[in-house]
Write a protein that binds this ligand. Structure first.
Ligand SMILES: [Zn+2]
Length: 94
């Protein structure tokens, strides 16, 4: 939302600026947005200080999230570029 509050301002016959109904509606929208963002931020901060319980809940569903390397197949040593068996967890050459 790219809007300028000055566009919501009106001028009377003498060129004096006054705040129109649109300005107050605009102000209300901005205030609501700020409150929403602030509430969300506070909620996230609260979650973080509680040790992210919603994430912990997801990890406690009985699934095994540990990476066992299954399905990776053979791999190449970054140092010597020699291909290694998929069962090896250390380079056989280095
Ligand atoms: Zn190696």
């Amino acid at each position: 939302m790219e809007e300028n509050w000055l566009d919501k301002v009106e001028y009377d016959l003498h060129g004096k600026m006054f705040l129109s109904q649109t300005f107050y509606l605009y102000k209300e929208t901005v205030t609501t947005l700020s409150t929403t963002v602030e509430n969300h931020f506070n909620k996230v901060m609260q979650e973080i200080s509680n040790g992210l319980p919603s994430i912990i809940d997801n990890f406690e569903d009985g699934e095994d999230y540990e990476f066992d390397g299954a399905g990776v197949g053979e791999w190449t040593c970054m140092v010597c570029q020699v291909k290694q068996a998929k069962t090896a967890n250390k380079c056989s050459t280095c």
